[in-house]
Design a binder for this molecule. Structure first.
Ligand code: F6P
Length: 550
């Protein structure tokens, strides 16, 4: 298999076909497609358990879809999916299997990495997590002074924070009544201070979450929290108030956490794919292990769907192909995710890491710089809030930004008619983006509103909407652990499919290293113990900071 860069025409046949499809199709209006085909929505909606994925409001017809599916086939997607599920070392720069799917394998199917079945160790850790989370929830594992641990603090960053944080927030309705969860991620001392100020050391459990256990932010925050605890309760209290989630037993021990209080995971689990592993411990404590298992079950349902469905019926594949269509042919290099659910407000930040750290790459799997766009930028926020912030640009900006709407039919908080209003808004936004309003329609509306001829002429363009702006809609029955698990796994596999099509390794993150290296160099310069050569801007800023802090 060669990269898309390869000149071999046969290897890029589908890509070329899509270029000509784009020329044929770029001006076609979705309005027209809907008018011409009353069954369009039905045709382009997929179902999985209670989840409905409506992708009909995208700019494609049958021929475009066929060409996109041909591209997936040409990129040997079914074979690549098989390779991931069979534990091949598809993370080619780090020579690792990619087996987050094994963490939620609810069957007794064996999954191998390097010839070894990984399921026994995964199940062992799950059993340990169940035992510990139950013990904390039911007050059997107590603090040093015998009090129940009711404040659970996760110290971690990136994948060791965003996943568990997002899931805890999304499932807040399921939290044990007497338990509170806190998250410390940023190195900014404020993050630590603001959390510690609220807490009583006797009732606080710290979970230090770090795959590598070398991440400076996490270790610095963990040290500060350890000191805070030891100052209050003494060194002997640490075993009752600190646990670690990591792949690195040696560093955990060095840090001063009892290895018996360590929950293990493995290098075949990427940081941003780790919420299903021991990294989910805070989730299990907050919502109970049964709910944590439901989360895994939701993801497993998607894994089975992804592994077994034909490409044309495969939700993550369609999500990915629509993204490729816009990113590589319409040159729309951004997309936005809008959950119309307050509990899902942190999903976009989680997806930023998932997508941008996975597919923000410029070298292909054959070690060549790519000459096509790869990962898009992702942003988002909860609806309807964001309708009052960035939706102006989505509707009338000069660039097209594809949207994913996510909404539950039933709210956990059915107060008055709040949820009906919210539902009417999400549906209205999708329709508005698709239909738009022509200049003539805007003029007519202004006339109907009694505006003068001059006002109509002046305002009609401002009041028009180009429309033809694409969106997917994910309709769920309710946000619970199972449906959330499904949703997250859909995006994980979408990102994987796009990585396959772009022929990049979605599972390393070397782009985060350079900044880390330079920070290590700059730190002693700020502290005045070293001098370094920099560009004039960086040097001047170092000087100015030192002056201000004097
Ligand atoms: O800096 C990026 C990164 O390596 C992420 O990929 C990862 O999720 C995060 O840092 C935290 O890493 P760790 O879990 O090893 O502390």
């Amino acid at each position: 298999m060669f990269g898309l860069n390869n000149k071999d025409k046969n290897n890029t046949k589908a890509w070329k076909k899509l270029q000509s499809e784009y020329k044929r199709f770029k001006k076609v209006e979705m309005r027209k497609l809907f008018a011409e085909d009353k069954n369009r929505a039905q045709k382009y909606t997929l179902h999985l358990n209670d989840l409905i994925f409506d992708y009909s409001k995208n700019r494609f017809d049958e021929k475009v879809l066929e060409s996109l599916l041909n591209l997936a086939a040409e990129r040997q997607l079914p074979q690549k999916i098989k390779e991931m599920f069979e534990g091949e070392k598809i993370n080619n720069t780090e020579h690792r299997s990619v087996l987050h799917i094994a963490l939620r394998n609810r069957s007794d199917r064996k999954i191998f990495s390097g010839g070894k079945d990984v399921m026994p160790q995964i199940n062992e850790t799950l059993a340990k997590m169940k035992k510990f989370s139950d013990a904390v929830r039911f007050g059997e594992f107590k603090g040093y002074t015998g009090k129940k641990l009711v404040n659970i603090v996760n110290i971690g960053i990136g994948g060791s924070d965003l996943g568990p944080f997002m899931v805890c927030e999304a499932l807040k309705r399921y939290w044990a009544k007497d338990i509170n969860c806190y998250f410390i991620s940023n190195i900014d001392g404020t993050a630590c201070a603001e959390v510690l100020n609220k807490l009583d050391p006797e009732t606080t459990l710290f979970i230090v979450a770090s795959k590598t256990f070398t991440t400076v932010e996490t270790l610095t925050n963990a040290k500060t929290c350890r000191k805070w605890l030891v100052n209050a309760l003494g060194e002997h209290a640490v075993d009752k108030h600190f646990v670690a989630l990591s792949t690195n037993k040696e560093e955990v021990t060095k840090f001063g956490i009892n290895p018996e209080n360590m929950f293990e995971f493995w290098d075949f689990v990427g940081g941003r794919y780790s919420l299903w592993s021991a990294i989910g411990l805070i989730v299990a404590i907050a919502v109970g292990f049964e709910n944590f298992e439901k989360l895994l079950e939701g993801a497993y349902a998607v894994d089975e769907h992804f592994r077994n469905s034909e490409l044309k019926d495969n939700i993550p594949v369609i999500m990915a192909l629509m993204g490729i269509w816009y990113n590589n042919f319409f040159n729309a290099h951004r997309y936005t995710v809008i959950p119309y659910d307050q509990y899902l407000q942190y999903l976009p930040s989680y997806l930023q890491q998932l997508d941008m750290e996975s597919n923000g790459k410029s070298v292909d799997k054959q070690n060549q710089f790519v000459n096509y766009a790869t990962g898009p930028a992702v942003f988002g926020g909860a609806g309807t809030n964001v309708q009052h912030s960035f939706f102006q640009l989505l509707h009338q900006g000069t660039e097209m930004v594809p949207v994913d709407f996510i909404v539950p039919a039933i709210s956990h908080n059915e107060i008055g008619n709040h949820h009906q209003i919210l539902l009417s808004n999400v549906l209205a936004q999708g329709e508005a983006l698709m239909r738009g309003k022509t200049v003539a329609e805007a003029a007519e509306e202004l006339r109907q509103a009694g505006k003068s001829k001059e006002e109509v002429e002046f305002l009609k363009k401002y009041k028009s909407f180009s429309g033809n702006r694409p969106s997917n809609t994910f309709l769920l029955k309710k946000i619970d652990a199972f449906s959330l698990g499904m949703l997250i796994a859909l995006y994980e596999h979408k990102v994987f499919v796009q990585g396959v099509i772009w022929n990049i390794n979605s599972f390393d993150q070397m782009g985060v290293e350079l900044g880390k290296q330079l920070a290590v160099k700059i730190l002693p310069e700020l502290e005045g113990t070293a001098y370094g050569e920099h560009d004039s801007s960086t040097s001047a800023l170092i000087k100015a900071i030192k002056l201000m802090r004097k």
